[in-house]
Write a protein that binds this ligand. Structure first.
Ligand code: ADE
Length: 242
């Protein structure tokens, strides 16, 4: 997979993409991620990419020219067809199912805006998939781009060492179905920490009982914290998918 991120602040995103699981995925050739500075596509000597809104009002609006030119240049670099993504609080809310859909694409081209918004003709002309990472307004799309890339890259085949780990996450997608359970509680050494002991069942070595306990815990947790997810969280679809 190839992912391009068009941003005014590539220096914010680049270190994140070099670190940890995403960095290792790139080193292993599972994904190639490139950040492009939108200012490289401005056409004046001041590297302008935004202007005041027609009709008045506060803030600045990203101009069409640099965005269209950046998209055209990046798309011409690679024959794989790119899914264009525009980051905006007005977009489809990112969830695990959307991350799964995006992970199946050959190429993503993510446009992170800044300032008050985009010239509407960017939406009309480029027909991007508009994506929001939640119902709040960020001052720019960079944090949203990092969230999307992270949620997508970890789903690519071979990226997580243990093939079960992505499937066992809260909100994992198994066999094309949305398994909307929260994850069961996890423990590691030491066995007792400040008088808090690891549940006996986890020390029993009885994998059947452990599986049942985890299912039960995942269900209770989901019911307690996210009752809205319970319809996708059937009694036998706990946090322990194969
Ligand atoms: N840009 C500003 N706020 C955003 C949000 N919530 N999601 C995606 N992009 C954004």
């Amino acid at each position: 997979m190839r992912i391009d991120v068009v941003t005014l602040f590539p220096e914010v995103c680049e270190p994140f993409f070099q670190a940890s699981i995403i960095g290792r995925a790139q080193a292993a050739g599972r994904v190639e991620i490139a950040c492009t500075n939108l200012r490289d596509y401005s056409t004046d000597k001041h590297h302008t990419v935004d202007d005041r809104p027609f009709g008045g009002g506060p803030g600045m609006v990203l101009m069409c020219g640099p965005v269209f030119d950046a998209v055209a240049a990046l798309e011409a670099e690679d024959p794989r067809s790119a899914t264009r993504i525009l980051l905006t609080p007005q977009g489809r809310r990112l969830d695990q199912s959307l991350a799964g859909e995006l992970a199946s694409r050959e190429r993503l081209l993510i446009i992170a805006g800044h300032y008050e918004g985009f010239d509407e003709r960017i939406r009309i002309g480029l027909e991007p998939l508009e994506v929001s990472i939640g119902d709040y307004v960020l001052s720019g799309g960079e944090a949203a781009a990092m969230v999307i890339v992270d949620s997508v890259v970890r789903l690519l085949p071979g990226v997580l060492g243990d093939d079960g780990s992505a499937a066992e996450d809260s909100f994992s997608i198994v066999a094309g179905e949305s398994e909307q359970c929260l994850e069961y509680p996890q423990y590691t050494r030491p066995r007792v920490f400040r008088d808090m002991a690891v549940p006996d069942v986890l020390m029993s070595g009885d994998h059947g009982r452990i599986r049942e306990w985890r299912k039960q815990q995942a269900l209770e947790r989901t019911k307690d914290r996210r009752p809205d997810l319970m319809t996708g969280c059937e009694p036998d679809s706990g946090g322990d998918q194969p």
